[in-house]
Ligand binder design. Structure first.
Ligand code: FES
Length: 140
């Protein structure tokens, strides 16, 4: 069993390292088989149940927040460019498609076409500088 498998057994599924957030304050994790934007736009609601295909992990002060990287407006990933999720002052996540803005603290959309909706939170754990999540939290 390799090191990554051991980590998975102990703390859930590996997302990224804390150091991965340093460059932009946020880091996007995507499964290799995640559907592309065109597929998402054309898919009926509820097409992708179960563990998320994309997750964004973001600094919130000295803490962390993580959300399913799926805008409530059209279920598209928030970012167009890798790990570019935050506004110019690093206080809100911004959807690059139509400009919805979300609080880093609680995922609530404060402006844009899905105002009042929220990003789905992802519970994470940190162990030895590595961030994990338990896919079982999405089973119900
Ligand atoms: S898809 Fe995010 S604001 Fe429209």
């Amino acid at each position: 069993m390799n090191e990554k498998s051991n980590e998975s057994a102990q703390a859930g599924e590996y997302l990224c390292a804390m150091s991965d957030l340093e460059a932009t304050g946020a880091f996007g994790v995507e499964r290799p088989d995640a559907p592309d934007r065109r597929t998402l736009v054309n898919a009926p609601p509820g097409s992708f149940e179960g563990p998320p295909q994309r997750i964004v992990v973001v600094h919130f002060g000295k803490d962390l927040r993580a959300y399913v990287n799926s805008c409530p407006h059209m279920r598209l990933p928030l970012e167009l460019f890798p790990n570019r999720f935050l506004d110019e002052v690093g206080e809100q996540l911004v959807c690059s498609t139509h400009g919805a803005r979300f609080n880093v603290s609680d995922g609530e959309c404060t402006s844009g076409p899905c105002r009042g909706d929220v990003l789905r939170p992802v519970k994470t754990t940190v162990s030895d500088g590595k961030i994990f999540y338990d896919p079982a939290q999405f089973e119900d």
